[in-house]
Design a protein. Structure first.
Length: 172
């Protein structure tokens, strides 16, 4: 696999976000959003510049080719401040370990900027084997599952947590 980097979200990344809004790419998220909602999300991503609060980053193959995106943002999780993470990888880059490698990079960033946040959490759909595997491979613990409202419908998700205060795992 190529050497991946994470770079700041830019205005040039809107076409990638639109491409990721397909029925296939959003099957585990209750389907695509409207074009207006995607544009709003893009504008929000452009404003995420404080790494102590939230970032949306582009997964880059090292040659300025975007393979997907990954981000984190502040949440209240089980009564304590935490970061939540989420990601997508474009179809042509799936199955190559891109999401797992990007999450490993993001964990380092989250550790550096965690402040009083102990955990990084993720909530992939229970039927999203690939994203659940990404969590597992990166040392997250499966701590539960629940249903939540997402994009206007119920979505069953797994609840994964990583202790950011614990020493970093060495990668194989």
């Amino acid at each position: 696999m190529e050497t991946l980097t994470l770079r700041a979200w830019t205005d040039d990344d809107l076409p990638m976000l639109r491409a990721a809004n397909s029925a296939a790419m959003t099957a585990h998220l209750n389907g695509p959003e409207s074009a207006h909602r995607v544009d709003e999300r893009h504008a929000r991503y452009l404003g995420l510049t404080d790494p102590s609060q939230a970032r949306m980053l582009v997964i880059d193959d090292g040659q300025r080719r975007a393979l997907g995106a990954i981000g984190y943002w502040t949440v209240d999780w089980r009564g304590e401040p935490a970061f939540e993470t989420g990601w997508f990888v474009l179809p042509e880059a799936q199955g190559r370990g891109v999401a797992s490698a990007a999450l490993a990079l993001l964990i380092g960033i989250a550790r550096e900027h965690r402040g009083d946040r102990r955990h990084l959490v993720a909530f992939p759909g229970v039927d999203n084997a690939a994203s659940n595997g990404v969590c597992r491979r990166n040392g997250f613990a499966l701590v539960g599952s629940f249903e939540e409202q997402f994009r206007g419908a119920e979505l069953a998700v797994n609840e994964w947590a990583l202790d950011l205060s614990a020493p970093a795992r060495s990668r194989p």
